[in-house]
Write a protein that binds this ligand. Structure first.
Ligand code: SF4
Length: 335
């Protein structure tokens, strides 16, 4: 019987990592793990030490490939960032993605629930790596499949990030088959595309349909946030920027500040290492506009005392964009 960490290690290509570390003549290696893998930090460290590398483990958050521990990178020869595909390249960082080898055949019991004869495939990187095979499987059962290609921060066909759904940008299909293991991304796909989403979770072997009602509820919540912000404007607007390399949208923040100025609003740009409700507590602003990871706004807005908007919602607030043109926040550009 395999232990949990042995199962995890099977999903990571360590031989490729070690080959690269040797080629780059690394001696001391930084290891950055997402929260879900931090429990196995000892086993990860041992794996590298057995190969003769010295190790320092990052204690910082690692929400995505946008979140490189730059301070640790300054101290080591190479930083190995686990579980995410790169969203850009950073010198001396090796990305070690994490892949689930799920059974595509388990779709068999759900395939009749897909009403459309043409679907677009989408999923997180852990699942999207198998999409060429999934596409062949579905096409063998008479379902036409669209698979949006990699571009920008998207590394593989069909992959979505919480901040980027560009693989669904130009699809013709009326529905999406989303393969993954959490509700955030398939819901994001539904909001982004306005299409029905069939969500297949291979780990739980569950199949759910995300319809229009969900999107309507989401939009209602966002409308309420914008209305609350409207009533809080007299205390000024904080435009929030993250220092994390893959989330740092200073140019967006500067653009929003200039819009605010033209509208006669007081606004300031706040620069954060880590964004959390506690970090906002001592500031006096009535409205916060988050230019960092969109998940902070969509997932966590209830934790914040003051209204928390996306850049596009701020544009609606100040009359630069119509509500009918509501767009989910995506990160394409950084800097
Ligand atoms: S910005 Fe957010 S959604 Fe995008 S890669 Fe980073 S953590 Fe993931």
């Amino acid at each position: 019987m395999k232990t949990s960490f042995e199962k995890i290690f099977e999903r990571i290509d360590f031989s490729k990592i070690f080959r690269e570390l040797e080629e780059r003549k690394a001696k001391e290696v930084g290891i950055q793990l997402p929260d879900g893998l931090k429990f196995f930090s000892k086993e990860f460290a041992e794996k590298f030490e057995e190969k003769g590398f010295d190790v320092i483990i990052s204690g910082s958050a690692s929400y995505g490939a946008c979140d490189i521990d730059i301070s640790l990178l300054d101290e080591v020869d190479i930083l190995v960032h686990f579980a995410h595909l790169p969203v850009g390249s950073v010198e001396r960082v090796i990305y070690a993605p994490y892949y689930y080898n799920y059974e595509i055949e388990n779709l068999e019991s759900w395939i009749d629930r897909i009403e459309e004869r043409k679907i677009a495939l989408a999923g997180t990187a852990q699942y999207a790596w198998k999409f060429p095979e999934v596409k062949r499987y579905l096409e063998g059962r008479g379902v036409e499949v669209e698979l949006g290609g990699a571009r920008g921060r998207i590394g593989i066909s069909g992959q979505v990030l919480g901040c980027n759904y560009s693989v669904l940008r130009d699809i013709g299909a009326k529905a999406i088959l989303f393969i993954g293991d959490g509700m955030f991304h398939p819901r994001g796909a539904a909001i982004y595309s306005g299409r029905k989403v069939y969500f297949f979770n291979p780990l739980a072997n569950e199949f759910t349909v995300i319809g229009k009602e969900f999107v309507e509820r989401f939009l209602r919540e966002r409308y309420i946030q914008i209305s609350r912000a409207m009533q809080n404007l007299e205390n000024g607007v904080a435009i929030v920027v993250s220092s994390k390399i893959g989330q740092k949208r200073l140019s967006t923040a500067r653009r929003l500040k200039s819009i605010a100025k033209k509208k006669g609003m007081k606004s300031d740009i706040l620069f954060f290492n880590e964004i959390s409700p506690e970090r906002f507590m001592n500031f006096p602003y009535g409205v916060y506009v988050n230019t960092a990871c969109p998940r902070i706004t969509y997932d966590d807005f209830r934790k914040y005392e003051k209204p928390l908007l996306t850049p596009q919602e701020f544009e609606i607030l100040v009359g630069k964009r119509d509500w009918e043109d509501y767009k989910i926040d995506e990160i394409d550009e950084i800097g």
